[in-house]
Write a protein that binds this ligand. Structure first.
Ligand code: GLV
Ligand code: MN
Ligand code: MN
Length: 420
């Protein structure tokens, strides 16, 4: 097994280059779920599946699946998946590396005429990134029955309803409020992903075997003040929604910094999205909408954060000039990866001769959702300066090929344990 062979390196590079071109031209790299570029990338991926002889389908949650059927009659399936959508002005590797690595594993299996005792399915999970409907991981939440009517009926800023988009791409939104029955046939869900942090690069380690993924919570905050003339309303007569919002932003940042030190576990919080109305230089901001993103491995730190933030908002509502409303809009719990699969990923990395560590993820992933219903585990490969969710995101193809070798080794190991 040699995934550093030139043919595999060129294959991985070629596919990443192909996808890189499918971006909003004036805003690289942007391929938002359901956008024109996303549809273009989906047809590209469909033809890649077909070239590899995979059976192509779209499931009810809009995941694009390519199946390599076993020659042995079986319902068992091993899934290797990730995502090809991006955040706005994102990178060329986040999610993409995992889908391309899966394609390369199948290419290798085909070239070597290997028959597996289970079906092998490549998944492009629908819309992993947080989108304009304020929900991430649409495809995997759908698979496990975690999309409720409230989420499915949401409109985005252009007035498009999420369930209509899922149906348009080939899904069936009516069936998404309970887990899919195929879940019981899953042997393992595997994912390769770039680390999106600096640990592997700094320690010069080839492979990170992921042990846990933190909880992710998102809250919308609406601050209502009073718009007015910026030249005539005196400073002590204002209800400036942006000034009040800036106090919340600073409070959140300080609170998260303190709790991250106290908790000793992964704890970060960010306000990265803010809309100011009417957003004009000569008008006092009348209304602000923001989204708070919170990642926490510790349940008690998360609860403490929410408690303190709610208290602060209550106090500001009582004493300030603006009305603040905070709503929980998304939650994914802290999860641990399947212990047997973690062990097997470690052994696979060792046997491939690659240095490795067991580590915790900082980012969220589709595998987190799947791990709630099926054995699931993932590996990280290094990325340059830990940068991700930005155009500078970069991973060496040789590093991705090492991860691909570990993925294949893992499939091989699952095959031999399935046969025993
Ligand atoms: C996924 O990209 C995340 O936001 O963690
Ligand atoms: Mn990702
Ligand atoms: Mn991402």
């Amino acid at each position: 097994m040699d995934f550093s062979a030139q043919s595999n390196i060129s294959f991985i590079k070629q596919k990443i280059d192909d996808l890189e071109r499918m971006t909003d031209q004036d805003n690289p790299y942007t391929r938002i779920v359901f956008s024109e570029k996303f549809y273009e990338a989906r047809s590209w991926l469909k033809s890649e599946y077909q070239k590899l002889g995979l059976k192509v389908s779209t499931d009810e949650a809009g995941n694009l699946i390519g199946i390599l059927n076993s020659k042995t009659d079986t319902d068992k399936v091993v899934i290797i998946g990730s995502h090809i959508d991006t955040v706005p002005s994102g990178g060329r590797f986040d999610g993409i590396a995992g889908v391309v690595a899966a394609l390369c594993v199948v290419k290798y299996i085909n070239e070597n005429n290997i028959n597996l005792p289970f079906n092998l399915a490549i998944y492009d999970y629908l819309g992993e990134e947080l989108n304009d409907w304020s929900i991430s991981c649409i495809g995997t939440r759908g698979l496990i029955g975690a999309l409720n009517e409230d989420i499915l009926s949401r409109s985005n800023s252009s007035g498009n309803i999420l369930k209509d988009e899922i149906d348009k791409i080939g899904g069936n939104s009516k069936s998404l409020t309970k887990p899919f029955s195929m879940i019981k046939n899953i042997v393992a869900c595997l994912e390769l992903h770039i680390e999106q942090g600096k640990v592997l690069e700094q320690k010069k380690i080839d492979i990170g075997v992921v042990r846990s993924i933190p909880s992710i919570s998102r809250f919308s905050v609406e601050v209502n003040g009073q718009a007015g003339h910026s030249g005539t309303i005196l400073m002590d007569q204002r209800a400036d929604a942006l000034v009040t919002s800036s106090e919340i932003i600073t409070f959140v940042n300080k609170l998260a910094l303190r709790l991250s030190k106290e908790s000793n576990q992964h704890f970060v919080s960010t306000i990265g999205k803010i809309n100011v109305h009417p957003n004009a230089a000569a008008i006092i901001p009348g209304k602000v909408e923001m989204t708070i993103d919170l990642r926490a491995s510790s349940k008690s730190s998360r609860e403490q954060y929410i408690n303190e933030l709610e208290k602060q908002i209550d106090a500001m509502n009582q004493n300030g000039s603006c009305k603040i409303e905070m709503r929980n809009i998304a939650f994914a719990p802290y999860v641990e990866m399947d212990k047997e699969l973690v062990k097997l990923f470690k052994i696979s990395s060792d046997e491939c001769g690659f240095s490795n560590i067991i580590m915790d993820s900082g980012a969220g992933h589709d595998t987190a959702h799947l791990s709630r219903v099926a054995p699931a585990s993932m590996i990280f490969v290094p990325c340059k300066d830990g940068l991700s969710h930005c155009p500078e995101e970069y991973a060496e193809i040789s590093d991705i090929s090492k991860g691909t070798a570990v993925l294949f080794k893992m499939v091989e190991k699952l095959a031999s344990s399935s046969q025993n």
